[in-house]
Design a binder for this molecule. Structure first.
Ligand code: SF4
Length: 411
């Protein structure tokens, strides 16, 4: 047994909150949880936890622990359990709260030379017309004449981006399962897969592919109240039958995904329409009751359609941070909600933090209030895309976005 390794015999899980030997261990050493991806970095490593759809940066000591399974440093091992990297059941889930995801000694955000995430548009079509949509500028001009060749260019470009995770988005991937499945299969050999959907369609054809690659599903729900959600996320009557409830459709999608054992996150845009303690707690209870373990809250910011004067009414008040802090504290204190992992994304918009492949395969940078800027044509040249990331993307802002944000409120 390596020095410091703790076994179930000398450290039984029911009597403490320390670290035990994983029962799934093969070699007698603690191992990382299923599906966890690691990329060595000069500072240590970047890790992606697929069932939580969560990145963590490790310093060299933490990366070494993960590499060797030697848990001499109990506190560090417990941190790796807390963030879902190691599977040691004696550290309770309820103690986990998303926050700044740096494990070890980091005087500052680590510098990354390759992207963590590439966002790839499966289609420019979307069944909804949300008032705060950020993707409108990559949807409306590209809808007419969408062809099957387009998706091959998206796959070629996104596959060549040296990212750990591909988020398949749009438009809505659920509307074009044929294109989405092609992207899943093209990108999964190297990248973890996330599907980002409104849920307003039939997820069934995508479940086998998603399951086969241990993919993660994100579905948007803005309220437990159908009327509020349907008002915030109205349907596009050209693509869905009049009278369709986007809320009912989202819940059908969620239930199908949970029944298929697909790791599922519900994401909620916090706007003036749902900026309410009781309403958010009602949604938290509904999520927990439906078996959802992950809830991500995005505060609406003046970007995309929400930057237009007619949508300003959707922006939340200046007190939204305090409100969300109260909601999180109530969730932590409620025994029925302790299994719900909640993340609040940062409220600032950083220009050039996000890399996108549009529905025709070209590459864009998200400039925040300025919208998307095309930075390269479709290409399968990895070196070109690596250089592009280093030259055109704000790498600090990119790392910040995916490692928990810098807003001290949530750090
Ligand atoms: S579902 Fe997403 S892409 Fe579609 S309109 Fe709403 S925010 Fe935009």
């Amino acid at each position: 047994m390596p020095p410091g390794l703790i076994t179930e015999a000398n450290d039984p899980p029911e009597t403490h909150r320390g670290v035990t030997l994983s029962t799934q261990s093969h070699s007698g050493q603690v191992r990382r949880r299923d599906g966890v991806r690691l990329r060595p970095e000069p500072f240590g490593a970047l890790v992606y936890v697929p069932d939580r759809d969560h990145f963590v940066a490790l310093d060299r000591k933490a990366a070494h622990l993960l590499d060797t399974g030697d848990v001499e440093n109990r506190a560090l091992a417990a941190e790796l359990v807390r963030v879902g990297v190691l599977d040691i059941p004696s550290v309770p889930e309820k103690r986990f709260r998303f926050g700044r995801a740096l494990i070890g000694d980091f005087p500052d955000l680590p510098e990354v030379t390759e992207p963590l995430v590439v966002n790839a548009f499966a289609t420019a079509l979307c069944p909804l017309r949300c008032g705060y949509c950020h993707a409108d500028d990559l949807m409306q001009p590209f809808r007419a004449g969408e062809t099957d060749d387009d998706v091959d260019r998206v796959a070629m470009t996104a596959a060549a981006v040296p990212a750990m995770v591909a988020v398949i988005t749009g438009g809505d991937p659920i509307l074009r399962p044929d294109r989405t499945e092609r992207l899943i299969m093209a990108l999964a050999p190297e990248k973890a897969i996330v599907i980002d959907t409104s849920g307003a369609g039939d997820i069934t054809p995508l479940l086998p592919a998603l399951k086969s690659v241990q993919g993660h599903l994100r579905v948007s729900v803005d309220s437990a109240d159908a009327a509020v959600h349907d008002r915030l996320r109205p349907i596009n009557p050209r693509l869905l039958a009049r009278g369709t409830s986007s809320h009912a459709a989202a819940w059908t999608t969620i239930r199908r995904a949970v029944a298929a054992d697909i790791a599922t996150t519900v994401q909620t845009v916090v706007s003036s329409a749902n900026e309410d303690r009781a309403a958010l707690l009602a949604l938290a209870r509904r999520l927990a009751g439906e078996g959802i373990r992950q809830w991500v809250l995005h505060v609406a910011v003046p970007a995309g359609r929400a930057a237009e004067p007619r949508s300003h009414r959707l922006l939340p008040s200046g007190d939204v941070s305090r409100l969300l802090d109260d909601v999180l504290a109530e969730i932590d204190a409620d025994a029925t909600l302790c299994g719900l992992r909640v993340r609040v994304t940062a409220t600032h918009t950083s220009p050039n933090a996000v890399l996108l492949v549009g529905s025709r395969g070209d590459v864009y940078a998200e400039t925040g209030p300025g919208g998307k800027v095309r930075v390269a044509a479709a290409t399968g040249d990895r070196d070109t895309l690596r250089r592009l990331f280093q030259d055109r993307i704000d790498r600090r802002a990119h790392a910040d976005r995916y490692l928990g944000g810098t807003d001290p409120q949530w750090a």
